[in-house]
Write a protein that binds this ligand. Structure first.
Ligand code: S3P
Ligand code: PEP
Length: 416
């Protein structure tokens, strides 16, 4: 049964401290690295996200698996778990079936499957061609090290391959074709491999990793910048809220740290301290707002809704991959923004958010489309209307299970 959250109290406190859990992206890489290195990698501050828990539980099942039976795994809605496990299992001994949520079976995986199969893997589709669920007959035999891969659909396919590369008998020479989307996530993967003692070269569009041994290492997972983005939007839309987000540092592997720069233009100042960041309101310059989300797609919903609530028009680029995420995020944004009379229209790849006729009804009910980011991006709307309903409150568990609890720390009252 899906439960709704009702937010009725918009009188919020002036000050609060929020402790956000470890990054889901870093955590899911760390888990694969720990397994592929046979436990040489120690992890600190792992994320409490459902997507991380599901990957951790699949990896435990793989470890305990008796090779004679087919091991059936289900990753639910976790994209990184599906992509990283597909590559991981392709070169493990055993037979596996990997499935996910209904939506996961609509999210493409052909580019990764074809890349793995040309390396020598044996992966077949159990349903629609090009989509999960998959049947993987694991092998230890690699045919070639060099493959071409299209980079403009999802960077997760590339990260999945890089994570297993040092343990492949022939290593990996990856030629990326097309414009690479979500590039900071590939950098994150390479940086984390490097922290585990793995060397790589990345020259122009070619990444090379030769077979290598992992070293004993410890990975400390930083807090999640994508989760922090919702707090920026709340500060931007409040009169006078100072927030301390603990654990965030100036140097981050996460491309979504870009929120700091974006929010400076939307009236939120960030001050780094030795134990975290202080967010406070600042004057925002009057200028045309145009942002490209190709390197930080998970921020698009936060920024769109934040601008809508501030009554600022916004031009958005680089949204091509949003259609294949937890839901078609463009369609979902359009539908839900229309409830406050804000429009989002495309013109040759450029999306224009128009807030000219914004209207706040007394009550609004937001649909979440099985997308955690829809729920959290629209939460700040509670600061503008009397009663906000977020349909399916548990959806946030995918990346930020503590979100509603944390909201109560600024005095926002939630009923179910
Ligand atoms: O590698 C990762 O951890 C992720 C990469 C991005 O996906 P795409 O590369 O598909 O854009 C991002 O949207 C997702 O939330 C996490
Ligand atoms: C797109 C996301 O995750 P994934 O692709 O890993 O399901 C996300 O967390 O916004």
């Amino acid at each position: 049964m899906k439960k709704s959250a009702f937010i009725t109290n918009k009188k919020i406190d002036n000050r609060a401290t929020i402790a956000i859990s470890g990054s889901k992206s870093e955590s899911n890489r760390a888990l694969i690295l720990r397994s592929i290195s046979n436990g040489l990698v120690d992890i600190k501050n792992l994320s409490d996200a459902n997507d991380t828990q599901v990957l951790q539980s699949c990896l435990s099942k793989i470890e305990l698996h008796k090779k004679k039976e087919v091991l059936k795994l289900n990753v639910g809605p976790a994209g990184t778990a599906m992509r990283f496990l597909t590559a991981f299992l392709a070169f493990q001994e055993g037979e596996f079936e990997i499935s996910g949520s209904e939506r996961m079976h609509e999210r493409p995986i052909k580019i990764l499957v074809e890349a793995l199969n040309s390396l020598g893997a044996d992966i077949k589709y159990l349903g629609t061609n090009g989509y999960p669920p998959l049947r993987i007959n694991g092998t230890k035999i690699q045919k070639t090290a060099e493959i071409n891969i299209n980079g403009n659909v999802s960077s997760q396919y590339i990260s999945a391959l890089l994570l297993i590369a040092p343990a492949l008998p022939l290593g990996l020479k990856l030629n990326i074709e097309g414009k690479l989307t979500s590039k900071p996530y590939v950098n994150m993967t390479l940086n984390m491999l490097n922290s585990c003692g793995i060397e790589y070269t990345w020259i122009e569009n070619q990444i090379i990793i030769v077979p290598q041994i992992f070293k004993h290492s410890q990975l400390f997972i930083e807090p999640d910048w994508s989760s922090a983005s919702y707090w920026y939007s709340i500060v931007a839309n409040s009169d006078n809220l100072d927030l301390f987000l603990s654990g965030f540092k100036k140097d981050s592997l996460q491309g979504d740290q870009k929120i700091v720069e974006i929010m400076k233009n939307l009236g939120v100042e960030t001050k780094y301290t030795s134990s975290g960041i202080n967010l406070s309101r600042c004057k925002s310059p009057e200028r045309e707002l145009i942002y490209d989300f190709i390197e930080c797609p998970d921020l698009a919903q936060t920024v769109a809704v934040c601008c809508a609530l501030l009554g600022k028009n916004l031009k958005m680029k680089g949204l091509e991959t949003l259609k294949i995420k937890e839901t078609d995020r463009i369609k979902a944004l359009k539908m839900e923004l229309s409830k406050i009379n804000v429009t989002l229209n495309e013109n040759g790849g450029l999306y224009e958010l128009n807030t000219q006729n914004i209207q706040y009804p007394d009550k609004v009910s937001i649909k979440t489309y099985d997308d955690h980011r829809m729920a959290m991006a629209f939460a700040p709307l509670a600061l503008k209307i009397n009663r906000l309903e977020i349909e399916d409150m548990d959806v946030i568990g995918k990346s930020y299970p503590n979100f509603w609890n944390d909201l109560s720390k600024i005095g926002i009252q939630l009923t179910q």
